[in-house]
Design a protein. Structure first.
Length: 225
């Protein structure tokens, strides 16, 4: 029902008919910044061990109109998470970091009352690391490193709140085609001796319509040329 409601809004807005132009030479600034931390401290009546989770995500982007209503740009991505379960010797830690960059083209179609629909095509790549370790113990741990490439399509609606500020929404990564490679090195927890290695390659096609988190909302700032 939720998906049908969003699609109904999308096609309703498409019926509007006034103009909101992005001129050649204009610069569009945007980005995503998120941070979350969670900590659980057990007491005598709580059987589970202590748990702490930290997550952050930074994605700045910039685009320039190479012609009216057509922008070309690039973005950077830095994502990290740190999860710790337990405390002191024997606590388990999982650390993940992702560094990426991408280029995109975004075509706008002006509609009514400051509205416009857009389609964005993006190609990007990323490098990621993941380390699972039992702190202070001799158990083996995983050290995973890899890279990936993806081609994605993002349709949406933009509304000009002011002359320079846009509110946008749509289906982020409506279609995403991706390739990923990773190498997992299992080592000892004391001398870092390599016990085994494994490589994997994957190719996939996904859609945000199958995810509860595919619908995105954001704000972008338009600068004059």
């Amino acid at each position: 029902m939720k998906k049908q409601f969003y699609l109904l809004i999308f096609f309703f807005v498409m019926t509007l008919c006034s103009q909101a132009q992005i001129k050649k030479g204009d610069i569009l600034l945007g980005g995503t910044l998120s941070f979350n931390t969670q900590k659980t401290t057990p007491d005598n009546n709580y059987p589970n061990p202590a748990y702490k989770q930290t997550y952050f995500n930074i994605i700045p982007s910039i685009g320039k109109a190479i012609k009216d209503n057509l922008l070309a740009g690039f973005d950077l991505t830095f994502t990290g998470s740190n999860n710790t379960q337990g405390s002191g010797t024997g606590s388990y830690t999982n650390k993940i970091h992702n560094y990426g960059a991408g280029v995109f083209l975004r075509q706008y179609k002006p509609l009514g009352s400051g509205f416009a629909i857009f389609m964005q095509t993006r190609f990007g790549g990323s490098y990621n690391t993941q380390k699972n370790q039992m702190d202070g113990a001799t158990y083996p741990y995983n050290n995973i490193k890899g890279y990936s490439f993806d081609l994605s399509f993002y349709p949406g609606i933009a509304y000009a709140i002011t002359k320079r500020v846009q509110l946008e929404t749509g289906f982020a990564n409506l279609v995403d085609v991706n390739y990923a490679h990773s190498k997992n090195t299992v080592t000892t927890g004391v001398n870092n001796d390599v016990l085994s290695t494994a490589k994997s390659n994957s190719f996939g096609i996904s859609t945000s319509l199958s995810s509860n988190f595919g619908f995105a909302v954001g704000i972008k700032v338009l600068l004059g040329s």
